[in-house]
Design a binder for this molecule. Structure first.
Ligand code: PAF
Length: 309
């Protein structure tokens, strides 16, 4: 017996099936797979916003009208450290279901903690390797073990053909790609572009923690990244310095890291002279809220010819 619930929605909006249990999820997946299309998966922790809506649209683009889009909503305790915001993380299931309905999601998997971890914390977890010890991993020990473990479990439950993650969590995206490659998981991992407010602030479920003044200051992150990108043709140091100068305008914003890296998050290789895409990444604290953001930028030695058009 399954426990799928169909939430009430207006007749104009198709209701996604809400599966609160593994059994209900398997039932719904059997229904959508019987249609013969591919399955695209968008894992989330809920508190959905326009950024998540764009992930759902990318997912739909990958599987088309014949395919199915599955969204999971699960605030994963395993990826929160001591003193982090697990308890106050926003939980907005009704609004999330409305967004999923409006975006044509087929199935929403919204399990309770003991449905995902029936025996408590798992004895076997995914060791994320050295990439998880830098940047976010340096400030949040254990975070990526928790992320990759739940993503591996969700991949096992949903068995998607495609999974879509936001580029805003760039290190997470890189690690999920690495896990899929290293563990031979049969899923295509797609990175979707960051969605921004009109002033440039990257959308994040945590933005709702910001008070009016913090919200005004938060825009300095994307301005700093844009300055780095705009100065990249003068070299990595100039790019980083340009970003640091912008961040210094808002000393209330406590910068955790500001780095320019290769696209795979490795340190920039000073011996390389070829033009290529790199990344500039920033993390900062505004009061109790930690925000992260990143942008692609061009890596090349100063004076070298630009990318071909
Ligand atoms: O990016 C998130 O929302 C979470 O880290 C994820 C991928 C859903 C795993 O809990």
């Amino acid at each position: 017996m399954t426990t799928t619930v169909r939430p009430p929605v207006s007749s104009a909006v198709p209701a996604p099936a809400l599966a609160p249990t593994r059994a209900a999820l398997q039932h719904e997946l059997a229904v959508v797979r019987a249609r013969g299309g591919r399955v695209a998966f968008v894992p989330t922790m809920g508190a959905l916003h326009e950024g998540h809506a764009s992930l759902v649209r990318v997912a739909r683009d990958h599987v088309g009208a014949d395919g199915a889009v599955v969204v999971s909503i699960f605030v994963n305790p395993l990826q929160f450290g001591e003193g982090e915001d697990l308890d106050r993380y926003p939980r907005t299931l009704d609004a999330d279901l409305a967004l999923c309905g409006a975006e044509g999601v087929d199935v929403v998997f919204a399990p309770a903690v003991d449905e995902v971890y029936p025996g408590g914390d798992p004895q076997v977890s995914v060791e994320p390797g050295p990439l998880a010890t830098v940047l976010e991993g340096a400030s949040r020990p254990g975070h990526f073990r928790g992320v990759l473990t739940v993503v591996a479990k969700l991949f096992g439950l949903v068995q998607p053909d495609v999974a879509v993650f936001g580029q805003k969590d760039y290190q997470q995206l890189a690690l999920v790609r690495r896990m899929a490659a290293d563990l031979c998981l049969p899923v295509e991992v797609v990175g979707a572009e960051t969605v921004r407010e009109a002033d440039g602030l990257a959308l994040s479920s945590r933005n709702r923690y910001l008070d009016t003044e913090q919200r005004r200051l938060a825009v300095v992150l994307s301005r700093a990244l844009t300055a780095a990108r705009d100065h990249a043709s003068y070299g990595v140091d100039a790019a980083r310095q340009a970003a640091a100068t912008v961040l210094a305008e808002a000393p209330q914003v406590e910068v955790d890291y500001l780095v320019v890296t290769e696209a795979d998050l490795a340190d920039v290789d000073p011996a390389r002279t070829d033009a290529r895409e790199g990344r500039v990444l920033v993390a900062a604290r505004l009061g109790a809220t930690r925000l992260i953001d990143n942008l692609p930028l061009e890596l090349r030695v100063p004076g070298a010819p630009s990318f071909p058009a």
